[in-house]
Design a protein around this ligand. Structure first.
Ligand code: CIZ
Length: 309
């Protein structure tokens, strides 16, 4: 049968979504054109929680692999798709389940807190999950006398250690290469050039400790979007992946958003495209399915986190 022609690729995606009864979720770091066609844009946890509420049969997750896994863990009965199976996360790949198992053998009374940027296999070995918006709260909920291993982000872990004043936290040495591109010297320069601007930093930034005195706010992506909307300030320097700027600019006419580094672009996040979304909905590819046994174990630290925050 001849393929139907659509005026635009966006129309084609809308028709395919309807045909498949699919919901399209886009992470805050996706391209603007993907965020524009998404049913919901947000951070990974919010998207996975929204996915859990949906009546759709198919969840098309425009983000990276661990995010689609989280959706599969929280929505075991749905078909979860990702447009490009190669869209991974360098930070998540820096910790393996066997690393966590080894630490637990050496520290039988220890507690493992994993950042959401981890594989399902690492979550399954962890006691608590956290996001950048609730890491401090999660750590504060753990008894002071228990040693903690925080994986995999060294900079978020350092920030939490500082905020809680807790010494018995071991930090994994993982990092996000995109957030490493944001440098303290450039932040200083931008603050000089825009004296009235507020600097909003993501805790994954490699220069966080060095730049803490410059930051007006240290927030997760959802926290940044909320803050920019509520603030009476007019100019903001945004220190995170540049995809976030799309929503901020759209939601806040009259406010100015300056990227801390225009090159802070995650190449994995940008692997998804409108063409790949069409192929994904047409062929129901590429399915991310966390096996039941693993999903049941990986869900526990996520549910513990949700019960705390
Ligand atoms: O949880 C997320 O989506 C990530 C990776 C960052 C954030 O701050 O939202």
């Amino acid at each position: 049968m001849a393929r139907q022609l659509f005026p635009t690729i966006q129309d084609e995606i809308a028709a395919l979504k309807k045909e498949r009864n699919a919901v399209l979720l886009a992470h805050n770091y996706q391209t603007g054109e993907i965020q524009e066609i998404a049913d919901i844009a947000g951070d990974s946890l919010r998207l996975a929680q929204e996915a859990a509420k949906t009546r759709a049969d198919v969840i098309l997750f425009c983000g990276v692999h661990f995010m689609a896994e989280t959706a599969s863990i929280l929505c075991p009965d749905k078909k979860v798709l990702i447009p490009d199976p190669e869209a991974g996360c360098t930070l998540a790949d820096m910790i393996k389940p066997e690393d966590v198992r080894k630490w637990k053998t050496q520290n039988p009374d220890g507690v493992v807190v994993c950042y959401v940027n981890t594989s399902a296999a690492v979550k399954a070995e962890s006691d608590y999950c956290c996001t950048s918006s609730n890491a401090e709260q999660v750590v504060r909920s753990i008894s002071q006398d228990r040693k903690i291993l925080f994986v995999p982000d060294f900079f978020l872990g350092t920030y939490v250690k500082k905020r809680t004043g807790r010494e018995n936290i071991e930090l994994w040495q993982g990092y996000c290469p995109t957030h490493m591109l944001i440098q303290s010297r450039e932040l200083e320069q931008l603050k000089r050039e825009h004296p009235g601007a507020e600097l909003i930093m993501h805790p994954e930034c490699g220069c966080l400790t060095k730049s803490m005195h410059l930051a007006d706010q240290i927030l997760s992506t959802e926290g940044m979007v909320r803050y920019a909307k509520d603030s009476s300030k007019k100019t903001f320097i945004i220190a995170t992946e540049t995809g976030i700027l799309h929503r901020m600019i759209k939601d806040n006419p009259g406010k100015q958003f300056i990227p801390a580094n225009v090159n802070a672009v995650c190449s994995y996040m940008k692997m998804n495209s409108l063409e790949k979304i069409v192929a994904s909905l047409e062929n129901l590819q590429y399915e991310i399915k966390v096996p039941k046994d693993l999903a049941d174990r990986a869900r526990r630290p996520i549910e513990r986190m949700i019960s705390i925050v």
